[in-house]
Design a protein around this ligand. Sequence first.
Ligand SMILES: [Fe+2]
Ligand SMILES: [Fe+2]
Length: 359
Amino acid sequence: MKKKKGLNRRAFLKKASLVAAASTLPLNLVEVVWGKEEGEKFTFACISDAHLTHIKGTKFVRNFDEGLSKAVAEVNFMWPRPDFVVFGGDLAQLGKKEEIDHGLEILSKIDVPIKFVIGEHDYYLDLGEHWQEKVSKLYYSFDHKGVHFVVLNSILTYEDWMKKWPSAEERMNQMARLDNPQGSPFMVGEEQRSWLKKDLARVNPETPIVVLSHSPLYKIFKPWNFWTDDAEAVQEILSPFKKVTVLHGHVHQVLYNQIGNISFLAFMSTAWPWPYPVSYTQKPNMVPKMTVFMNRADPFHERDGTGWSYVDLESGRVIHHYQLWENQPRTVYFDQEVGHPVDSKYQDPDKRIPPQEHY
Ligand SMILES: [Fe+2]
Ligand SMILES: [Fe+2]
């Protein structure tokens, strides 16, 4: 992985030096060197699903603290520096102020801006009150080097489910479970969908769009809430754009898909990996066929199946570099020829890593 990263970095630096040289040339020549079609290349890092868990007083679950701290340290070693960091949600485990504040303290060591996405574990205790006060808005958009970014709060759910619990703690506990028959599917909701329509109305369809959400904005497996109920309606709003990528947290695994014009790629968790529902439940589900599964996490390595990632955005397309601790690093990029994301090494079935065996 280091090698791959080095190559990309070198290519980036070569490009950067061309631009530096071009800056002394007349403007029309600059456009030839830094063609409009190619667009500007840049890098951002992604950290997600830290699940910091408060025990009592100043005590937190050590392993999850260390996972987030390790990602922060590695991001701080990136050179050139990433333009910004995306945090993909689930900073807390049970939405407590202590957990969110503790996460912010660990993340404060990062010296580039952080764009925050809220996860269900951050939301369902106080419905995002502390998050909005201390961390970020729940949904917003921004532009960066020719790319339009949209952050959504995709973990909302139905009003009647919200009202059925005797306390905020109970509501949080219910939403925190993975395989909960009493759970309720996520959704973006009408208010945000109409905001999204308005936000995108001012954006040229040629502009690359990157949507950051916590839940996948498509439907994988409802019993685990790998699911967004109004995904099709959100996808429809994104349909006029040529280059659209959704980057999401929540699933804690390498996962990628293509639906129409939209590429989907998941972030890793710094806390623990989830199994793939197809391998674990043997029930019908829609794990994307194109995804090369990450190797089975080794339960005897507390870091296996966890990690972080960085994204090179080139010509509006995402090249996603998974930094998997105790496992093979992976790069998943958009392949123009096949029209969907592919793994740079393991997409060909003959080249896949054989599953680990544990004794
Ligand atoms: Fe999570
Ligand atoms: Fe989540």
